[in-house]
Design a protein around this ligand. Structure first.
Ligand code: ZN
Length: 443
């Protein structure tokens, strides 16, 4: 029984992703992520300068409980981070120092991790190694890793192949199969086909209940164009909020804003952080096209100038699409940042409402405040970065894994994904496995 998997976090729940795989006596960890709703309910914002205690975060289920693998701790050869989203990378500052090994990821992810660590002012002892796609890196006596380009909603996302003497373990949190991405290349189908004997697939099944193929990011770009270029915005403010890590989306917004002759300003610390990481990794140079304003005091000053010059000369991109009380958009609605919303000003949410109680609540409060100013609200100008059932079906056809574990979703969605696998000939408990956080599987 050569390969053992412990679901440390992110199985039967959405968030705090972490998986440990043991091959004989060598261990690899995939991802160390935050549970965003639980983390935000403690801190009210994304990771900043504060560093909370590891124990309190574990107790409140904001980070994975890695005591589940304490017996394996000394055998860990590498921590592999699949991409730069906080639910995959955000717990590394709290947990990685417990392991005497490097953190490996693609260059953009490495830059984001360095900036997160710098913000928290507690240096990590682990070396952060930035790796290229398609190279097979030896990390132990018997195991090697290979990063494979995958389309998602932040740059340089990866599927990661762990090559072992017993076949490949393929980790695919998170992906979709976007054939017309607006930034970067499409998923490397050739590399996937060439993997050979895939013993186990750990499958991003967030949308395992959706009978569709997730549309391309180029569709989101068209949605944005339709609103920004297709409507006359004369005399009105335009404020857009999206994920700071979604560089492709930010690029689309900038492209549209430039076409309607608005000066574009990014307001908020996390936008600056991810745009800097993209520049450091050589992916996109947004600071050449837009003005970036990071901190509260500078933001207030800049807003005053905008009001003097006329808010219809600008397109503002701000943090706070989930209604986070400390983010720029909420502060604008509250008057803490002295922006005066007027009737028919536009607020475009280029993000979904993340379906957790705290997000729904925050967003409802924010939208009510905006409606009190008679602002026009454009919701859901967004396409997800996660594949749906037909993306999953496609991936299964490509790599033909012997075993399958649905991950990154609620329990009922795992059941739906198992049903899909059964339609494709997998047998429940034999080749498709229901694994929940805290459980172990041997294949
Ligand atoms: Zn992701």
């Amino acid at each position: 029984m050569p390969i053992e998997i412990i679901a440390v976090g992110g199985y039967g729940e959405v968030g705090k992703n972490m998986t440990a795989v043991k091959v004989d006596d060598e261990v690899v960890i995939f991802d160390m992520g935050l549970h965003m709703p639980n983390y935000i309910s403690i801190t009210e914002e994304e990771p900043g300068e504060e560093l909370l205690s590891r124990k309190s975060l574990i107790d409140q289920e904001a980070i994975p409980n890695d005591d589940l693998i304490k017996d394996w701790r000394k055998s860990v050869k590498a921590i592999i981070i699949s991409h730069a989203h906080l639910d995959h990378i955000g717990a590394a500052p709290y947990l990685a120092s417990r392991y005497n090994c490097s953190i490996m990821c693609t260059p953009f992810t490495a830059e984001v991790l360095k900036l997160i660590v710098k913000d928290q002012k507690r240096p990590l002892p682990n070396k952060i190694e930035s790796k290229d796609y398609d190279v097979v890196y030896k990390i132990g006596e018997k195991i090697s890793v290979q990063f494979i380009n995958a389309t998602h909603s932040t740059p340089e996302s990866s599927m990661v192949a762990l090559h072992t003497p017993y076949g490949v373990v393929l980790y695919t949190n998170d992906f979709k199969l976007d054939n017309t991405p607006t930034l970067g290349e499409k998923t490397n189908y050739d590399a996937l086909k060439k993997l050979g004997d895939v013993k186990l697939l750990i499958l991003d099944s967030l949308y395992g209940s959706f009978q569709r193929k997730t549309p391309s990011e180029s569709v989101a770009k068209e949605m944005m164009k339709d609103i920004l270029l297709g409507i006359d915005h004369k005399g009105k403010a335009i404020v857009v909020s999206t994920f700071s890590s979604h560089i492709a989306r930010l690029k689309s917004i900038v492209e549209c804003g430039t076409k309607i002759n608005r000066k574009i300003i990014f307001l908020g610390r996390s936008l600056y952080k991810y745009c800097s990481a993209a520049e450091n990794a050589g992916i996109a140079y947004l600071s050449k096209e837009v003005e970036m304003v990071k901190y509260g005091k500078q933001i207030k000053k800049r807003i005053q100038r905008i009001l003097r010059e006329g808010k219809d000369k600008y397109l503002l991109v701000v943090t706070g699409h989930q209604g986070e009380p400390k983010a720029t958009l909420s502060k604008m609605a509250d008057g803490i940042v002295p922006f005066r919303f007027g009737p028919d000003d536009r607020v475009i949410f280029s993000a979904p409402i993340i379906p957790a109680g705290i997000n729904k609540n925050h967003r409802e409060i924010l939208e009510a405040k905006l409606k009190a100013f008679h602002v026009r609200i454009f919701r859901d100008v967004h396409i997800s970065g996660h594949g749906s059932r037909e993306d999953m079906h496609e991936l299964l056809e490509l790599v033909k894994p012997e075993h399958l574990i649905p991950a990154h979703s609620e329990e009922k969605v795992i059941d739906a994904t198992i049903e899909l696998a059964e339609q494709l000939g997998y047998k429940k408990n034999q080749t498709v496995h229901k694994v929940l956080t805290g459980q172990k599987l041997i294949v």
